[in-house]
Structures are given as C-alpha cells and as structure tokens.
Design a protein around this ligand. Structure first.
Ligand code: BES
Ligand code: ZN
Length: 714
C-alpha cells in the first residue's frame, strides 16, 4: 500500500462487509416539522442506548420521517448536513469501534521537547465483525501496539498496525487490528499504544525558561481544539466520541502539572527516581478529545472561591486573583439559568503570553490569556464565556465542527445571560449589538457569499482553524436571541435551555437535533404557528448576514452613536477636533463603550493621520495600554491612517502576546500596507517561535493571502 508510512506486526485485514445500519432511539422522542405536527414514540433497550449514546443515530427513524415532511423546505444535501453523523475532519469511525476510556502515561521531557510513553484506549465494538480501530495521529512516532490486558506478561500480545501518510488536514490514519476474540458486538479491548510526540506537534508549545514570566523553569501547554489532540496522543479525534480519561504524567520535581481534570492535591502526586514527580489525574465525565489539556511549569495556585483556584507563575498570581474574583458569582449566575455545575472544581490557569486564544474551556481548568489582566476586571466576560462552556460545549457537545455554533453560539448566548444577570439587561443587549457588528466584520472579511459565513459551513477538506470566525458565535447567539423573542422572552426561553442541557448532556448533537428538540419543547407554540415565519433554511445554510435582525435595547449604545455622529460631522467639515471634543465625552463610558466607539470608527474609511492624532490628543487613546482590547483597536485605527508610530506599536504588541484575535488582524494590517509588508513579514519571521504552532501557521497563511492579493493587483 503506497500510502502506508509504517506498520507493525502482520498486515491489516480490511473488513469490507457492511452490516445493516441499526437504528436506536432515545425514547420517548417526539418530532415536529414546521408545517405539520407529528408525534413519534420509539423505545430502545438500555444496552443499545449505552452502546451508542448518540441521539442522532438514535433519531434515524425520525430522520427519514423528517426528510419526507420537510423535503419541500430543505434540499437533500441540506437535510443530510443538518443531521450529519460522519465527521469529515477525522479518520475515526465510531460506528464500528468506539473509544470508551483513555488512560495516558507520559513523561514530559523538557530536554527533548516531547511527550513520551503510552496511551491505553479502551474500545468497544459497535458493529460486529473485524473492522480495524481507526485513529487520528499527527506527526507521532508510533513504537508499539499491544493488547494491554497482556501487558504484565513477559510477552505482551502485539496488535498489527499501520500508519498512513498524512492527508489534506495533515493528520495520518493509524489502523489497528483488534484481536479476533473481540469480533462480537459490545466486546471490549484495551489497546496500548507506545509513542512519542514530535517537534511538529501542533497542540504543544514548549517554552524555554527565559520565555516565561518569572524565568524559574521551562513551561509546556497544550491547545487541542479543534483537531490538534491527535498530535498529543493517538485518538479518535472527533467531538462525536466522548469518554472519561485518567492520566499519570511525570515532570521535573519542583514543577506543577495540571490537566483538564481533578487538579493535584497532596495525595495525587508522588516523588519518583531521577528527580521527577508523578501527578495523577482523573476526569470522570465523558469528554471529547479536544478537551484533553496539559500544562506544566513553575506554577502557584491561589484560592479565589469555594470551588476555584487561580494558577499562574508567581509574579502573576495576585493580579490574576484580583482580576478573576467574580468567578464564583459567574458560576452561580449560570447555575440559576442552566442547572448545577457538574464538574466539581472550576479552576483558572493564566498562561504565558503566547497562549493563542482569549480562553479555552478545558474542563475543571479554564485556560486564559494574560491579556485579560487589565487591572480593573473589565475583560472578565471571557471567564463568563468559558464558565458557560461547562454546560454548552463540554456537557452538550457539537457532533462535528460543522455544527460548532451549537458550542459557541449557545455559549455566547449564556455568557450574555450571565453578564445581564450581574450587570443588568441593557448590558446583555449591548453585548448582542457589539456581536452583530463583529458578525458584519467577519462577513466582510470572508465575503458575503462565502460558504464559511453560513451557520453550518461545509467543511469538506477544510481545517476548522481556517473556518474560525465570529460567525458561529454571533450568528448563533443572535439566532437564539431571535427564538427567545418569538417564544415570549428570556424567562420563557430559560426552561428550554435547562431542558436542552438535561436532554443532551454527556452526548453530542447536530443542528437538526437542536431544531427537533426546540420544536418539540415548544410544541404548543409550534402548532399555533409561532415559528411559521422562522426561515430555518436561511439561518442554517445561507451565507451572509442573517435574515432577521432582532430588536435590541439600544440605551447603552446610543451615547456611543451620538458621539460617533458628532466626530464624523466634525471630520467631514474638516473642523479642528481638539476644539470641539473633550475628554469628558467619554468620561462616563465603560471600557465596552469605548471599545464600541473604536470599532465603529474602524468600520469607516481610513481617517487622515492628523485626524487620528487629534482623536488621540483628546481621548488619550495611545496611553490606554492596560486594556488590550482598547490598545489593539487604537493601533489598528492608526495603522489604517498610515501612522508610523502605530506600526511600531503594533510590532511591539505582537511580540508581547500571541493571542490570535489580536496578532492576526495586526499582522494583516501590516501585510496589507505595501510600505510595511516586507518589514512586517521579517518581524514575524524573527519572532515566529514565540507563537503557538497554531498561531504561527495562521499568520503564515495570512501572509500568503496578502502576497497573493498584491500580485493579483499588480
Ligand atoms: N473554545 C473557544 C476557543 C477556541 C475555538 C479554540 C476554536 C480553538 C478553536 C473559547 O471558548 C473561546 O471562544 N474563546 C474566545 C473568548 C470568548 C469570550 C469569545 C477567545 O479566545 O477569544
Ligand atoms: Zn467559546
């Protein structure tokens, strides 16, 4: 086989026999089409339910019914995508063999910058026969595959395996032949795979001691979402497979190792030979592979709430404890909306500055960027967002990345609910208005007809990182807000949210499952025609802005708009801004309002350097460095006007932190200006190793597009 990279044992016997598809139903289940109301009740035996634990496969019977009912509204292709069961970003095939448990035993080797050891994957046959176990790997060296049950004997049973060459997404399929004795449906095997990660591991960032804040010890952190877990361990790297995990990791003594699991207490660590400490972890709730996370470094913890610690390097801990002191209030606010927090601990880890995201919802241990440390808690809504994922995303998970809005749109909606409950309903509406503008920006960026601007984008052969934008967040949450208004408001919608979490927790779903459940929950309203006007097809599949803009309370944005109007009038009449504007104009603004003002200015044609300088003189924009959201927008505004000092400021900013939300647009602005393109790119190359591998790749791609654009116009 030409595509085979390496193999172990004897050759894999491919099984081509296809068993009839079994249909399972979580009973009782009711389904309503938008037109007619039909109720279907099915039942499945408990054992069947346990085997698949996946409502969509459970809904196949209802699905064909739905196809017939709604065929006039959705094309066959749309119908299939609405209920998609195959994840095209993964080689895994959970319909034949499914992973039920992961155990990791790894040494974190800071000298070689690799993870080395083995993973025990307990897998179960979901289809009788001899289908091999299909796993995702990315740049891993596979040493040996054995049946873990025989590991303690002198000759462990080797399992034949083969590793194929990387496909379009950069991942390689690993095929493992399971023992013949495991052909029966439901039989379980624990497969032990010994492996080492490589320097090409996209999930791992290794920092030398001098790259850390306190320069005490080196540091490792991971970022697995969306499809990078396979560079950390061979696994079924698809959100459609969820399972609990345990782990034992060794690190140099003196370091703390943390995972997205129970965090180390005294009894969970042991001193071992060679100056190393072993940490033990347990995640008892079923999670997808993208939520497995590791951090190791010289870390300190401080309690910030009954179930929360903040972890960071020593010089950062106090500042972080202050910044995130509202954590418990956020959790309690979320619990009032969607029910009890189920993960026990909720800790926060403040990462080194190169962390590529604002936050990452790793279970029990949210990872956050240090760019949130504004000193005034003004950026803490990111924590409210990550807390919200504890329900939407982590308990209730999108089945494939095409349905990512079920993770991020729901979470944005919930985040805004928390913000509303703590700071008042107008703040929630303000967040939606900001979101609508962010959506417009994303759609302008991709182009209004780009399929990637659809709520359910087609991801065939596309890396989810390339499709990432505000669309799932803002189109998704606006859709939920729109539905909220149709059912009669926030308080009527809330029981639906709770029931939704209750129904889908522990499993995965698609947009079709959501639609079915929504319509069945509000069956009375559906039969009264309340949702007749909902253009599901456009909301789900059409690119560009949504078909409906919900009505928001504009009280907080009005003052911003009034000031913007004043500024633009003065600018168009070429008036001296410093004479007519004063710092008092923004004296009462919250930092969100200031951010909104800058966003609105950024949406308009570039201003002259003089105008920008005058705005700075009045509002001291260049001095507002503590708030990275403000600073970032100020730099962009200046760069749009060609202000050289802003270009230098941007170069400085992109080397101090590596959050993609900031560094990608700033580099794009540099690459988009012909006088800065070369210097900007040289700057990126000099600092490339500062960035997380994911960010490094994305900035590189942005540079290529900028160069292609230039050569297309010349
Ligand atoms: N899960 C995301 C981060 C993510 C998305 C990582 C896709 C990899 C692929 C996280 O919850 C998130 O949305 N973070 C946002 C902050 C939030 C307030 C919108 C971020 O990083 O900016
Ligand atoms: Zn999120």
């Amino acid at each position: 086989m030409s595509s085979v990279l390496s193999r172990g044992g004897f050759s894999v016997r491919q099984c081509l026999r296809i068993s009839p598809v079994r249909s399972f139903l979580n009973a009782p289940y009711r389904h309503f089409s938008a037109r007619s109301v039909v109720s279907v009740v099915y039942s499945a035996s408990g054992s069947q339910k346990n085997q698949l634990r996946c409502p969509s496969s459970a809904l196949r019977g209802a699905h064909s019914l739905h196809s017939r009912l709604s065929s006039t509204m959705l094309s066959q292709d749309q119908e299939a995508r609405l209920r998609q069961t195959v994840d095209k970003t993964s080689f895994a095939d959970p319909t034949t063999v499914r992973c039920n448990h992961v155990h990791l035993k790894l040494d974190v080797d800071f000298d070689a910058k690799v993870l080395r050891g083995h993973v025990d994957l307990t897998v179960e046959r979901t289809r009788e026969g001899s289908d091999p176990l299909k796993l995702d790997t990315r740049a891993l060296s596979i040493h040996e595959v054995t049946d873990a049950a025989t590991a303690s004997s002198s000759a462990a049973t080797a399992l034949p395996w083969e590793l194929e060459k990387p496909g379009v997404l950069g991942t390689s399929r690993l095929l493992v032949t399971l023992p013949e004795s495991s052909a029966a449906l439901g039989s379980k095997v624990t497969v032990r795979i010994s492996y080492t990660t490589s320097s090409e591991a996209t999930a791992l960032q290794w920092l030398d001691t001098n790259q850390t804040a306190d320069k005490e010890m080196p540091y490792l952190f991971t970022q697995c979402q969306a499809i990078h877990a396979s560079s950390m361990l061979p696994c079924q790297d698809t959100p459609s497979v969820k399972c609990p995990y345990t782990a034992e990791l060794t690190v140099p003594t003196g370091m703390t190792c943390l995972m997205s699991a129970t965090n180390p207490g005294g009894e969970s660590q042991e001193q071992i030979d060679g100056g190393r400490t072993r940490f033990h972890f347990k995640q008892t709730i079923a999670i997808p592979s993208y939520l497995i996370a590791i951090a190791a470094g010289k870390l300190y913890g401080k309690k910030i709430g009954v179930r929360s610690n903040v972890w960071a390097e020593k010089s950062v801990v106090e500042k972080a404890a202050f910044e995130f002191s509202e954590t418990e209030d956020f959790i309690q606010a979320a619990e009032k909306i969607v029910g009890p927090y189920q993960w026990g601990q909720y800790d926060l880890l403040v990462l080194p500055p190169s962390f590529p995201y604002g936050g990452m919802e790793n279970p029990c241990l949210t990872f956050v960027t240090p760019t949130l440390l504004a000193g005034d808690r003004s950026l803490s809504s990111v924590v409210a967002h990550e807390i919200s994922h504890s329900w939407t995303g982590n308990l209730v998970t999108n089945r494939t990345w095409e349905h990512f809005w079920l993770n991020e749109g729901f979470t944005r909606y919930l985040e805004n609910r928390i913000v509303g409950s703590l700071y008042g309903e107008p703040r929630r509406h303000f967040a939606f208005i900001e979101g609508w503008k962010a959506l417009q920006n994303s759609i302008d960026h991709f182009g209004a007809s780009s399929p990637l601007t659809a709520l359910i984008p087609p991801l065939d052969g596309i890396d989810p990182d390339d499709a990432f934008s505000s669309v799932p967040y803002e189109k998704g949450s606006s859709f939920l807000f729109y539905l909220e208004t149709l059912v009669g408001g926030r308080d009527v919608f809330e029981p639906f949210l709770r029931a939704y979490v209750e129904k889908f927790q522990g499993i995965t779903l698609t947009s079709g499952d959501f639609q079915d459940f929504f319509l069945s929950f509000f069956a009375d309203k559906a039969s009264q025609g309340v949702f007749d006007a909902v253009d599901w097809e456009r909301w789900f599949f059409a690119p560009g802005m949504p078909p409906v803009k919900p009505e928001y309370d504009t009280s907080l944005v009005l003052v911003v708009e009034q000031l913007l109007e004043k500024i633009e009038k003065l600018m168009s009449s070429k008036a001296v801004l410093t004479e007519s504007l004063s710092p008092a104009d923004i004296g009462d603004f919250s930092s969100c309002q200031l951010v909104e003002l800058l966003d609105r200015l950024l949406r308009h044609p570039p201003y002259t350097q003089d105008m920008v300088a005058q705005l700075d003189q009045v509002y001291a924009l260049s001095a507002a460095k503590h708030n990275t959201e403000v600073h970032f927008r100020w730099l962009r505004l200046g760069m749009r006007a060609g202000v050289e000092s802003c270009f230098h400021g941007a170069k400085d900013f992109v080397t101090k932190q590596g959050r993609m939300k900031f560094v990608r647009p700033l580099y794009r602005d540099m690459f988009g200006n012909s006088s800065w393109l070369t210097e900007g790119h040289a700057h990126f190359q000099t600092h490339a190793m500062f960035y997380h591998p994911i960010a490094r790749t994305m900035i590189g791609k942005d540079h290529q597009s900028a160069v292609a654009k230039v050569s297309a116009t010349t």
